[in-house]
Design a protein around this ligand. Structure first.
Ligand SMILES: [Ca+2]
Ligand SMILES: [Ca+2]
Ligand SMILES: [Ca+2]
Ligand SMILES: [Ca+2]
Length: 335
């Protein structure tokens, strides 16, 4: 992806002439105040931001942090922050689990996703407030909330019907019980369609996935593959003059693609996954609540295990890992 010259020129101009003057904004204020349900009204402005916890990092063309406000974990709570200044010391210094605040950040709507962009004049532009904070768990949402785009034969384009998914932009999401039905979709021909048991579709991609390399799909992504859960950072890609407006769930690593019963994320459910199944067994605290746990078992999964690891073991999708799941695990794993 390249940045158009106009953006660079405007950003350069703003760095010379603008500094944030109002009170610091929350991530939610930047994201949720939109003109059209999508683009932030702060686009092209320079703002201070209270920030949040770094929950992911992506060392791409312009390295970026994914920041989640721990007080806004249900919606509108996340934003990506681009480090525009070589040698990218903000990106290098900020670690996952750091709480970070920002000053004099240029708000940029780029291809449908809202970014904060670090500026040189007001460097460093960020303060690491604390480190080692627990990461708010990704939120589980229905596939129907993040619908795939629809094909428009009139101009050979793919567009979402509306921007109902916008509140989840840049948040870490989990969808459950989905199957790969199509690949090679989207602008970069790297999207795949995930369909849930009710027939709802959404798009995903693996370009941030650390276990994939520079391009292509994770090895688990093949047509017909079912996942107990798929986790990722949610993004929009919009390029209306070229026929695109869609949202995509970007997986981050192998455990993001959680195959049922495959607790150790090696692609096979077998005896080697039994320890994860036992670790995730939630015991009697979940047994007396109809429909499973409240809160669900994955919110108190064992330290050192990804949320997705326990989701590989909730084989009836009811929020817990109990003896019924264990019985199914035995079947899947051939024990
Ligand atoms: Ca957007
Ligand atoms: Ca946005
Ligand atoms: Ca396994
Ligand atoms: Ca269960």
């Amino acid at each position: 992806m390249c940045i158009c010259r106009r953006h660079i020129a405007v950003a350069a101009l703003l760095t010379l002439t603008m500094a944030a003057s109002a009170d610091p904004l929350t991530v939610k204020q930047i994201q949720s105040n939109t003109a059209d349900g999508d683009a932030s009204i702060y686009d092209y402005q320079v703002v201070d931001c209270i920030g949040g916890i770094c929950v992911a990092k992506f060392p791409g063309y312009r390295p970026r942090l994914v920041i989640l406000d721990p007080n806004e974990t249900a919606a509108w709570g996340a934003i990506q922050v681009k480090d525009w200044i070589y040698p990218y010391d903000m990106f290098e210094e900020v670690q996952i689990g750091d709480r970070v605040s920002f000053t004099n950040m240029f708000v940029e709507e780029y291809r449908g996703t809202t970014f904060l962009q670090r500026q040189s004049t007001y460097s460093p532009g960020y303060v690491i407030e604390s480190s080692g904070n627990p990461l708010p768990p990704p939120i589980i949402i229905p596939v129907s909330v993040i619908p795939a785009p629809l094909y428009d034969a009139g101009d050979d384009g793919w567009y979402v019907e509306d921007h109902v998914a916008e509140p989840y932009e840049s948040m870490r999401l989990i969808i459950r019980d989905v199957t790969v039905t199509t690949i090679d979709l989207g602008k970069a021909v790297d999207n795949y369609n995930l369909q849930d048991a009710l027939g709802h579709d959404c798009w995903a991609a693996d370009y941030m996935n650390t276990d994939v390399g520079n391009s292509g799909y994770h090895a688990f992504v093949t047509i017909g593959q079912h996942f107990c859960a798929v986790a990722g950072v949610f993004e929009q890609y919009k390029y209306l003059t070229n026929g695109w407006d869609y949202y995509q769930l970007i997986t981050l690593d192998t455990p993001s693609l959680a195959i049922c019963g495959d607790g150790n994320a090696d692609g096979v459910a077998d005896l080697n996954d039994l320890p994860v199944c036992l670790d995730c067994m939630t015991g009697p605290q979940c047994d007396d609540i109809a429909g499973g746990c409240n809160p669900p078992a994955w919110t108190f999964d064992p330290p050192g295990l990804d949320v997705q690891a326990c989701l590989t073991m909730d084989l009836d999708y009811d929020g817990d890992v109990d003896l019924r799941d264990f019985a199914t695990f035995q079947l899947i794993a051939g024990l």
